[in-house]
Design a protein around this ligand. Structure first.
Ligand SMILES: NC(=O)c1ccc[n+]([C@@H]2O[C@H](COP(=O)([O-])OP(=O)(O)OC[C@H]3O[C@@H](n4cnc5c(N)ncnc54)[C@H](OP(=O)(O)O)[C@@H]3O)[C@@H](O)[C@H]2O)c1
Length: 212
C-alpha cells in the first residue's frame, strides 16, 4: 500500500515507518524539518515536508492509506493541542476525503472515548482526541481507531491486550507494539470501523486483532 505516515520523525510514527517498510508497504514519511529526511530515507522511505499547522494537502497525492501518529506533546499548552491534535487531524481527514485516500489508521489515546475518565490535567487533550476520532468515524474513510495506554520506549513484545471499547484497567504499552498493531490493521479489513483500547498483555497481536 502507498502509505503516508504523519508524525514520522520520531516516537511511534518512526516505528510505524520501520515496520510498514518491513511489511512491504511503500512508505512516505511526513516531516516538518527537511533535516529529518536522511534518516528516514536510509530506512527506505520517501519523505515529504508538511505541517499539520501549514501546507499539507500535497503530501496526500497518490496515497492509499494514512497512519496518523502526530501529537503536540505534553510540553505544549492546550492551544497547541487544539491546533495539532484536533484541527491538524481534522485537516488530514479532509485531505484524505478530497484526494480519494481510502484507509486511515488513527493513533488516539486510552480514555478518549470519555475524556472525563482521564486525569484533570489531560482532559483537554482527551477531548481533542475524542472529537478527532468521532469526525474520522463519521467520515467515509475506512477507519480504525487505536487507543493505547501510556507509551513506553521498551522493546516490543508482540503481545497485547485489546479492549472493546475499553481495557479493564489503564496500563502502559511499548511504542513498538502500538506500531505493530497499526501496521497489522492495514492488512486486516476486519479492523475497518474498529475502535479499541490497547495495553501490554499476553495475547499475540494477530490473535488479538482477530477478535475484532
Ligand atoms: N505519550 C503517551 O503516553 C501517549 C499515550 C496515548 C497516546 N499518545 C498519542 O500517540 C501519538 C504519538 O506519540 P509519541 O510520543 O510516540 O510521538 P512523539 O515522539 O511525541 O512525536 C510526535 C510526532 O508528531 C510530529 N508533529 C508534531 N507537531 C506536528 C505538526 N504541526 N505537523 C506535523 N507533525 C507534527 C512530530 O514532529 P517533529 O519532529 O517535527 O516535532 C513527531 O514526529 C500522539 O498522537 C499522542 O497523542 C501518546
Amino acid at each position: 500500500m502507498r502509505l503516508l505516515v504523519i508524525g514520522a520523525s520520531r516516537g511511534t510514527g518512526r516505528l510505524v515507518v520501520e515496520q510498514a517498510l518491513r511489511a512491504g508497504h511503500d512508505v512516505r514519511a511526513m516531516i516538518r524539518d527537511p533535516a529529518q529526511a536522511a534518516a528516514l530515507e536510509e530506512l527506505g522511505a520517501t519523505t515529504v515536508v508538511g505541517d499539520l499547522e501549514g501546507e499539507l494537502e500535497h503530501a496526500f497525492d497518490g496515497v492509499e492509506g494514512v497512519c496518523f501518529c502526530a501529537g503536540s506533546g505534553s510540553r505544549t499548552g492546550p492551544d497547541a493541542t487544539l491546533r495539532v491534535d484536533l484541527h491538524g487531524a481534522v485537516r488530514t481527514i479532509d485531505a484524505c476525503t478530497a484526494r480519494g485516500v481510502e484507509r486511515y489508521v488513527m493513533l488516539s489515546s486510552i480514555a478518549a472515548d470519555d475524556p472525563l475518565r482521564g486525569r484533570a490535567s489531560i482532559r483537554h487533550y482527551l477531548a481533542a482526541k475524542h472529537a478527532a476520532d468521532r469526525l474520522l468515524l463519521a467520515s467515509d474513510l475506512a477507519a480504525t481507531v487505536v487507543r493505547p495506554g501510556a507509551l513506553t520506549h521498551d522493546p516490543g513484545t508482540g503481545r497485547v491486550t485489546i479492549g472493546v471499547p475499553r481495557v479493564p484497567e489503564h496500563g502502559a504499552i511499548p511504542r513498538a507494539d502500538v506500531a505493530a498493531v497499526m501496521v497489522a490493521c492495514l492488512e486486516r479489513p476486519t479492523t475497518v470501523g474498529a475502535v479499541f483500547e490497547l495495553v501490554a498483555g499476553d495475547t499475540p497481536i494477530d490473535e488479538a486483532l482477530a477478535t475484532l
